[in-house]
Design a protein. Structure first.
Length: 130
């Protein structure tokens, strides 16, 4: 599985970038996560055949088990790339919530990478501390 995270930001916070890099490293045996930053997401175009979500605040965020199930279901339907958009976009794509809080783009990406890592630990029966 390939996961692309598109972030509209001028610069990522160094500490949050380090946290994202750590989760990406831990997830690397199971999938490839790539973070792409843009000054404007209007120039971003999704890969053909990928499932694209726009991250927005909301109260319908999946549990860790629900996130794992979503990734597994997409994989079973032949989707090999999931793309998450963090920031304003003009694309008509499905909304996705990971928190009801409004957060900065880089904090949202950090939480998303952690949730992806957590989902893969669940799918691979790896103990994740709570």
């Amino acid at each position: 599985m390939e996961i692309l995270i598109h972030i509209e930001t001028k610069k990522l916070d160094n500490n949050l970038k380090k946290a994202m890099d750590e989760y990406i490293k831990r997830t690397s045996p199971y999938c490839r996560i790539t973070i792409k930053t843009y000054k404007s997401l209007l120039k971003m175009s999704p890969k053909k055949g990928s499932k694209v979500y726009h991250l927005i605040p909301g109260d319908s965020s999946p549990t860790s088990e629900g996130m794992a199930q979503l990734i597994q279901e997409l994989n079973l339907t032949g989707i090999s790339c999931i793309e998450f958009i963090i920031g304003e976009t003009n694309l008509d794509v499905e909304n996705f919530n990971i928190s009801s809080f409004s957060m900065s783009e880089d904090l949202t990406a950090t939480i998303l990478t952690e949730q992806i890592y957590r989902a893969y630990t669940i799918m691979n029966n790896i103990v994740y501390h709570k």
